[in-house]
Design a protein around this ligand. Structure first.
Ligand SMILES: [Zn+2]
Length: 75
């Protein structure tokens, strides 16, 4: 499984998705939300560093990693 493969929602089994989230005005960095739109459950990650593609990628992957950790131990 590659790093950015999302596990399905642990509650309803629907595919999860990742979205870029907006930051408060005046904040730097990136925010990403990964989760289930059906259940409305998300994990949010915010990287307040520089706004480069590399940082954005890290932020996205961290958000995915945290989501995938929610569903541990059953497969
Ligand atoms: Zn769900």
């Amino acid at each position: 499984m590659s790093d950015d493969t999302l596990k399905p929602c642990p509650f309803c089994g629907c595919p999860a998705s990742t979205h870029r989230d907006s930051l408060p005005i005046g904040c730097y960095g990136f925010a990403y939300k990964t989760g289930c739109v059906v259940c409305g459950i998300f994990v949010s990650v915010r990287f307040g560093e520089y706004e480069t593609n590399e940082v954005e990628d890290k932020c996205r992957l961290e958000s995915i990693k945290r989501w995938n950790k929610r569903k541990g131990g059953d497969e």
